[in-house]
Design a protein around this ligand. Sequence first.
Ligand SMILES: Nc1nc2c(ncn2[C@@H]2O[C@H](COP(=O)(O)OP(=O)(O)OP(=O)(O)O)[C@@H](O)[C@H]2O)c(=O)[nH]1
Ligand SMILES: [Mg+2]
Length: 315
Amino acid sequence: MRKILYRKSVLMSIQWFPGHMNKAKKEIKDLVSNIDIVVELLDARAPFSSCNPLLQNIIKYKKKIRLLNKADLADNEITKRWIEFFQKDANAIALTGNKDDLKQKKQLIQLCQSLSPNRNSFEKPLRVMITGIPNVGKSTLINKLIGKKSAKTGDVPAVTRSNQCLVLTDSFLVYDTPGMMWQKIKYDKIGYNLAICNSIGRNACDDEILAVYLLGYLKTYYCDLLLERYKLNVDVSNLVEGELLHLIGKKRGCILSGGLIDIQKTSEIIIQDFRAGRIGRVSLETPELWEAWMEESRLAEELLAEQSEDDEASR
Ligand SMILES: Nc1nc2c(ncn2[C@@H]2O[C@H](COP(=O)(O)OP(=O)(O)OP(=O)(O)O)[C@@H](O)[C@H]2O)c(=O)[nH]1
Ligand SMILES: [Mg+2]
């Protein structure tokens, strides 16, 4: 048999809402009434997936800035398209950000000040809440704004566990908040994209399934980067993702005793390479792709509803 199938061929849905997320949600809700501006950090590699559907209900009519963070890891052209997409929302302003760009620090501070010009004194300081999914870079952004390492950071989801107020100046306060997820991830692709970007707890996902999903996406949209990174000189369009995973494992010397490929180790390498930007600047979604995926899932839901109506009628 020519085709090597990956062991776990069925893509499963990813859900992650551990107990402390409820606490995070409550803390953010309690804080909101004392806030002037909400900055929602999105992951520039997956901006749609990283928009928290709960947030709008919580913040209601507060002024909002969306910051597409980790833009240094995303495809520049696609990030520009996402910014245009988000600018259509009259209630929010969209910007890009990455941890090494100090120009953006000034831009963000000035934007916050211009949105709430009457809160600019010791008695009435400007209060800015930084929010977003786990591990998107909230605490790192705050450290950049403050100019020193005041908030704890780390490359795993859920490092910050409670709200923390940090003083930028006497008239400018910034609130760090814990990463917030929502109870049910409705579309499987959102779960995969968030997990690949490392915003979902490790126990909720399976590295092999993530690697297979990622390889399928890279093969379709970033084939050159994939070939270059893993020095593949074959026509990958004829390979299924499982074969590709084996090929990369072999190239990387991930071999178990008995000559079998170490699939777990290979999967980890691919995911880590993506997260660190070693594959190149990759965006996992575009506005157009999301429209197509939503349409697909709407059609699938319609089909399912029709089928269950037919089943009901034939009983
Ligand atoms: N490449 C890149 N890495 C970033 C950027 N911002 C943050 N990081 C890294 O992302 C990881 C998570 O950063 P944190 O600031 O701890 O993220 P957080 O949103 O506060 O995470 P939680 O508190 O767990 O919700 C760290 O390893 C940061 O160095 C960025 O703009 N670009
Ligand atoms: Mg944090």
